[in-house]
Ligand binder design. Structure first.
Ligand SMILES: C[S@@+](CC[C@H](N)C(=O)[O-])C[C@H]1O[C@@H](n2cnc3c(N)ncnc32)[C@H](O)[C@@H]1O
Length: 268
């Protein structure tokens, strides 16, 4: 009997980890609230398979997007699968480029997003600053840079969390998120994603990250140094038991949650 081919790790990641609809529904509303303008031109930094950029161009025929990533393999997947699923007119409004986000683009954007904690890829402050300065230069006059970050004691401890969910056309897939023990001297930690397929086989270390865990305050200071006029923190509301409510509010101070996801927004 013919065995099913192994699914792409990028497809598994999209199904188990990402929520591009949420990002495209909510973040531009914050842009409008902060700047008084409707954003149209979007750059997805560290775009991977460019799901957010694809969702953005689908939403409105006036929207356009550029995705930047250093990894040609994931960009090829993005073109073959995600861009190919768009109509030709929609496809014309999105471009992908294999490029380093630490270099500015000649095109300017209304908003730039760096999702899934990608800013943690930079370990040195001078690299972080180089990125923020390049992003600042690539923004329109009232542009915004959205950095999705995570933190809290629970993000720094060794742990393994598993979740199983149905993946259309595949069956039930287990997604395991593994954290190592944070090093308080280097401020670096290792994270990995493993998948268990419906036939019981595991794809170990489908994705592995070696991240510098920047604090929100450090990021805001660096944004200011890079020339951003001001920054805002969108903090996730929680219920009485501390469970996240998927609703974000601008906050100047916050409770020390065991784990949090937040957006640090730089305003040009
Ligand atoms: C954590 S993944 C995030 C993928 C995607 N943004 C998401 O939300 O799921 C980080 C991505 O950043 C890319 N990357 C790392 N350093 C980069 C750089 N300096 N410039 C552009 N892309 C970079 C990697 O190739 C990888 O695809």
């Amino acid at each position: 009997m013919k065995k099913n081919p192994k699914p792409s790790k990028f497809r598994l990641y999209e199904e188990c980890v990402q929520s591009p609809n949420w990002q495209v529904d909510y973040l531009p509303q914050f842009h409008t609230w902060l700047t008084g303008k409707t954003p149209r031109k979007f750059r997805e930094d560290f775009c991977g398979s460019a799901r957010v950029a694809c969702e953005w161009v689908k939403r409105d025929s006036k929207n356009s997007a550029l995705g930047l990533d250093l990894d040609q393999e994931v960009l090829d997947y993005a073109k073959r699968v995600n861009l190919a699923s768009l109509g030709s007119k929609t496809q014309n409004r999105i471009k992908l480029k294999c490029a380093d986000v630490r270099k500015s683009t000649t095109a300017k954007f209304d908003w730039i997003g760096a999702f899934n904690f990608s800013v943690f890829e930079f370990h040195e402050r001078k690299e972080l600053l180089r990125y923020f300065k390049a992003a600042h230069q690539s923004l329109e006059r009232t542009g915004t840079l959205f950095l999705e970050v995570a933190g809290g004691p629970g993000f720094l401890e060794a742990s393994l969390e598993k979740q199983t969910k149905p993946v259309p056309g595949l069956g039930r897939v287990t997604h395991a998120w593994e954290q190592s023990q944070f090093d308080p001297i280097t401020a670096v930690n290792d994270y990995a994603i493993h998948f268990k397929l419906p036939d019981g086989t595991w794809i170990h270390q489908a994705f592995a990250y070696h991240w510098r865990i920047w604090g929100i305050r450090e990021l805001r200071d660096a944004l200011q140094e890079a020339g951003f006029k001001r920054s805002v923190v969108l903090w996730e509301k929680a219920d009485a038991s501390g469970a996240p409510l998927h609703e974000f509010l601008p906050m100047d101070a916050a409770p020390n949650h065991d784990f949090f996801i937040a957006y640090v927004v730089g305003l040009k």
